[in-house]
Design a protein around this ligand. Structure first.
Ligand SMILES: Cc1ncc(C[n+]2csc(CCOP(=O)(O)OP(=O)(O)O)c2C)c(N)n1
Ligand code: SF4
Length: 479
């Protein structure tokens, strides 16, 4: 069999590495590094397979972080471990794109394992090229999930102990056990024979991706001579004698011929349709939102709602956000989850604006709605100049040291005694907020209550009652 010997650089590389500082003709990789060999195989393949113009190369964090110096491809740099998540975004929004998720063993096997395995399990139409050199190369040779038992690294100076660090992660074996992936192969970047096998494997993965057959993984056993403290020949020997017995080079799965090309996901991007889906109860709205005017709101209104988990703090934020949205404002709602949800404090940030919203995070709030003591203690200091605090008098003693505008609402009391359900205290606060802010239209907030408590007529009725009680209570304070 005759093979073309390429002199010079393959077409998938730039002729000159103009993006690279200093020397423009050689890569930054150490001699004998597996990344250099693999880069060359990719650069040849994308041209031979006529994929150069629609391939995105994802540069991970690790020694290959500067892949974009070399590849004359669309490229994108991503945070450590996030390549498959970004690749998913690219290929979902542009299904004709081919995306190479290029990752080291620290990147894929440690910090990014979840992104990786979920993308594999979803069967995304991407090719993952996994460079297993047994260490964290870039950061100085720390132990990686694939470091061999007994292998010394800077963080395992006595050798990897399977007692404490467990056994090396066999990524191909794990992925091959999933139903979605179509092709899984492990190869080694050592002898010419092995490199030719690697060349075939990566071309197969690229071809399947081009044919939209789904998820492919090729694991490349690669050398990192610097961190192994070996020369290049010794490194190849080490891979063949030590790594391959543990990580056998073979094809684990190749079922692309059984699969139909993946169809582009059907997205619903038309605004009216999205709204229709989100507001499934629109029919129930008592008010036609198109008749409700956009409120005269100057700049952004930044609201923080805070209280105990269980007080309906996140729904309160949602009611406000949706109330604004139903008046054609831009609205963001950002909940703070976590252990706070289990009996501790819960909070969420809401931003409303006629213009686009800069950040959904509310640090300095214009309005703080506080429903328990820890919340007012924690957030009252962050109130903006001229900001307003609305708090539940039943649960809070507020020492208004900064003399800001503060309204004490008997929310829990009114909810319990007048409305008949203490869980409606959040809607009492909603009514107080509405009355104090004075820029919104009542109809939008009523619609918001309908949307949030979909079809539960009794609950809607109680919450509207609570809303009106909150308004009444606030009016007595505003007189
Ligand atoms: C979020 C995050 N965590 C950790 C790091 C530090 N970091 C940079 S490269 C790297 C390890 C790279 O190892 P690997 O993925 O195996 O790639 P190699 O350098 O061996 O090719 C780490 C931990 C980082 N940059 N970002
Ligand atoms: S440190 Fe290792 S992985 Fe990084 S460039 Fe050098 S040989 Fe390659």
């Amino acid at each position: 069999m005759s093979r073309k010997i390429i002199h010079g650089r393959p077409g998938g590389f730039f002729d000159e590495y103009h993006r690279k500082p200093g020397n423009k003709t050689s890569t930054h990789y150490c001699p004998g590094c597996g990344h250099g060999i693999l880069h060359k195989l990719i650069a040849e393949a994308v041209v031979d397979l006529q994929m150069k113009d629609n391939t995105v190369f994802i540069c991970p964090v690790g020694c290959s972080v500067f892949g974009y110096y070399y590849f004359d491809l669309a490229s994108i740099s991503v945070p450590h471990g996030r390549a498959p998540a970004v690749a998913t975004g690219i290929v979902r929004s542009n299904p004709d794109c081919c995306v190479i998720s290029y990752q080291g063993d620290g990147d894929l096997g440690a910090i990014g394992f979840n992104e990786f395995i979920q993308a594999a399990n979803r069967g995304e139409n991407i090719a993952v090229f996994f460079v297993n050199n047994g260490v964290y190369g870039m950061t100085g040779g720390q132990l990686a999930p694939t470091t061999l038992p007994g292998q010394k690294t800077v963080t395992s100076p006595y050798g990897r102990s399977v007692e404490t660090e467990g056994y090396p992660l066999k990524v191909c074996e794990m992925v091959a056990a999933l139903d979605s992936p179509v092709y899984v192969e492990r190869v080694a970047l050592t002898s010419p024979k092995n490199i030719l096998a690697a060349r075939r494997a990566l071309r197969k993965a690229l071809t399947y991706m081009k044919e939209k057959k789904g998820f492919s993984l090729v694991e490349f056993l690669a050398g990192c001579p610097v961190n192994l403290k070996k020369n290049t020949r010794e490194t190849d020997e080490w891979i063949e004698k030590k790594m391959i017995p543990y990580f056998p080079v073979r094809c684990f799965k190749d079922i692309a011929s059984e699969r139909q090309p993946k169809c582009a996901p059907v997205g619903i991007y038309e605004k009216g349709k999205v709204k229709e889906m989100l507001l499934a109860t629109e029919k129930l709205h008592p008010f036609n939102e198109s008749e409700i005017p956009v409120p005269d709101l100057k700049g952004e209104l930044r609201v923080k709602c805070a209280g105990f988990g269980g007080q309906g703090i996140l729904s309160l934020g949602m009611l406000i956000a949706e109330g604004g949205h139903l008046q054609n404002l831009n609205a963001s709602w950002l909940p703070s989850y976590g252990p706070e949800m289990r009996g501790g404090t819960a909070n969420c940030s809401v931003v409303l604006s006629r213009d686009s919203i800069g950040s959904p995070i509310v640090k300095s709030s214009d309005i703080l709605i506080a429903m328990n003591q820890p919340s007012i203690d924690r957030f009252s200091a962050d109130i903006s100049k001229n900001g307003i605090i609305i708090y539940d008098s039943v649960n809070i003693e507020f020492d208004n040291k900064n003399k800001c505008k503060a309204y004490s609402i008997d929310a829990s009391l009114l909810a319990k005694d007048v409305v008949g359900d203490v869980r409606c205290a959040n809607s009492v606060m909603l009514g107080a907020f509405f009355e104090i802010i004075k820029v919104f239209d009542e109809r939008a907030f009523i619609n918001s209550i309908y949307n949030n408590f979909q079809n539960r007529e009794k609950v809607i009725e109680l919450n509207i009652k609570a809303f009106n009680e909150g308004r009444k209570n606030a009016r007595t304070l505003l007189r």
